[in-house]
Design a protein around this ligand. Structure first.
Ligand code: HEM
Length: 357
C-alpha cells in the first residue's frame, strides 16, 4: 500500500468500524436511552434508533439485563474487587485479559479454563503462565454470599477482563450476560491456543474458526500493549534463529542488544511492549513498525500484506485502536457461549470444580 493511500484506507476503516458497531460498545460513553447516544460530555453528538440495553438480546440469548432482577449488584461487586486486586498488583490486569482469551479460545467462553481437575485446560503446558484465577475465585465467593448459585464463572471472567482493561486505561464496553459454565475441560484442546511461534495463516485460521476476523486478530493482539512474557519463550529469536546461528533478522539491532542482556536467564520476564509497557495505548503497533515486536507472532503482523495495513491504521490513530479493541473484545466474549438453552451448561458454585450434584 502506498503512503498516499493510507489516509483513505484509514477513513474507510473508521467508517466500517462505526457502521459495523451501531451497538453499545463505545469507549467511556454512557448509553442512556432508547434513542440517544451521548458522549461523556453533556452535548448529544448523534442519535440512533436502537433498543435500550436491557431490551437487547443476542441470537445466542445473552442479554444486558440478564442479572437485573436476580443479582443487580453483580457488576458493582465485580468492579470493586477487580479494582482492589489491580491496585495491589498492577500486572493482574494483563493476566485477566489473557485468561479470558484462553477461556474463549477453547470450547468458547464457558469458564472451562478455570477448572482444576486432572487433565483440564489449566494443566496444559500453554496454560502454565496463566494468572488471575484467585481474582475470579474471590469475586465468585462474594457473589455466592450475595446471590447464591446465580452468576456463572464464565460471565465473571468476561466482565473481569473488561473491567481490568478499563482499569489500566483501555476502553469500556458493555458485556451481555447469561453464559453458562461448561463441564468439560481438556488439556489437549488447550494445546491449540497460539504460543507465539505460529505463522500468520495459522493465526488467521485460528481466529476465523472462532467466528473472528483478521481485523479482530490485529486489534486483539494489541492486548500485548501491556503484560509480559518469560524470556524462555523468546530466547530462540536471540542467538540461533531457525538454525541460522544468527538472531532473528526482523529484530531491531538495539532492541536485540537490550533483549540479549535482559534475557540471560529463561526465567526472567520481559515486557511485551518495549516502549510503554504500563500504558494501554497504540504504541505496541508503532513498535512493530520499528522492528520491536517481542513475540515473532507480533512482528509478523507488520510483514504480512493481510495484516500490515491494519497495523498501520492503528499506529495512526489511538482512538481507532481503542474503539476496535472494545468491539473485538465484545466479539471474543460471544464465542461459542453456552446459554439457558444448552443442557450441558451449569452455574458453578466454585469456579474450580464442576458442581457435584
Ligand atoms: C493472536 C494470537 C496470540 C498469541 C500468539 C499470543 C501469545 C502470547 C504469549 C506467548 C504470551 C506470553 C505468555 C507467557 O510467557 O507468560 C502472551 C501474553 C499475553 N497475551 Fe497473548 N497471544 C495472542 C492473543 C492474545 C489475545 C487475543 C489477548 C487478549 C485479548 C492476549 C492477551 C495477552 C496478555 C494481556 C498477555 C500478558 C499476560 C501477562 O502479563 O500475564 N493475547 N500472549
Amino acid at each position: 500500500m502506498s503512503n498516499s493511500s493510507i489516509p483513505l484506507f484509514l477513513l474507510l476503516l473508521v467508517l466500517c468500524i462505526i457502521s459495523a458497531s451501531a451497538d453499545p460498545y463505545y469507549e467511556n460513553s454512557d448509553y442512556k436511552s432508547s434513542s440517544s447516544y451521548t458522549t461523556s460530555r453533556s452535548d448529544t453528538v448523534f442519535s440512533l434508533q436502537v433498543p435500550t440495553l436491557d431490551e437487547t438480546t443476542f441470537d445466542n440469548l445473552l442479554s444486558f439485563g440478564y442479572y437485573r432482577k436476580t443479582c443487580p449488584q453483580f457488576e458493582s461487586i465485580l468492579h470493586n474487587k477487580v479494582k482492589e486486586w489491580i491496585k495491589e498488583d498492577y500486572t493482574l490486569a494483563a493476566s485477566l485479559m489473557r485468561l479470558h482469551f484462553h477461556d474463549c479460545s477453547v470450547r468458547g467462553c464457558d469458564g472451562s479454563i478455570l477448572l482444576k481437575n486432572d487433565g483440564s485446560e489449566r494443566t496444559a503446558k500453554v496454560s502454565k503462565t496463566l494468572r488471575g484465577f484467585e481474582v475470579v475465585d474471590d469475586i465468585k465467593a462474594e457473589l455466592e454470599k450475595q446471590c447464591p448459585k446465580t452468576v456463572s464463572c464464565a460471565d465473571i471472567l468476561t466482565a473481569a477482563a473488561r473491567d481490568a482493561t478499563f482499569e489500566v486505561g483501555g476502553p469500556y464496553w458493555d458485556v451481555p450476560y447469561g453464559r453458562r459454565d461448561g463441564k468439560v475441560s481438556l488439556a489437549e484442546e488447550a494445546a491449540l491456543v497460539p504460543t507465539g511461534h505460529e505463522n500468520i495463516t495459522s493465526m488467521i485460521e485460528f481466529f476465523q474458526s472462532r467466528g473472528m476476523t483478521v481485523l479482530d486478530l490485529v486489534a486483539l493482539s494489541g492486548a500485548h500493549t501491556i503484560g509480559r512474557t518469560s524470556c524462555g519463550s523468546i530466547q530462540y529469536r536471540l542467538y540461533n534463529y531457525k538454525g541460522t546461528g544468527k538472531p532473528d533478522p526482523s529484530l531491531d539491532p538495539k532492541y536485540l542488544d537490550f533483549l540479549q542482556r535482559k534475557c540471560r536467564w529463561a526465567s526472567e520476564y520481559v515486557d511485551l511492549d518495549a516502549t510503554t509497557p504500563k500504558t494501554f495505548d497504540n504504541v505496541y503497533y508503532i513498535n512493530l513498525k520499528k522492528k520491536k515486536g517481542l513475540l515473532s507472532t507480533d512482528q509478523l503482523l507488520y510483514s504480512d500484506p493481510r495484516t500490515a495495513p491494519l497495523v498501520s491504521a492503528f499506529t495512526s490513530t489511538h482512538s481507532v485502536f481503542q474503539h476496535q479493541f472494545a468491539v473485538s473484545m465484545g466479539k471474543l466474549g460471544l464465542v461459542d457461549v453456552l446459554t439457558d438453552q444448552d443442557e450441558e451448561g451449569e452455574i458453578r458454585t466454585n469456579c474450580n470444580f464442576v458442581n457435584a450434584y
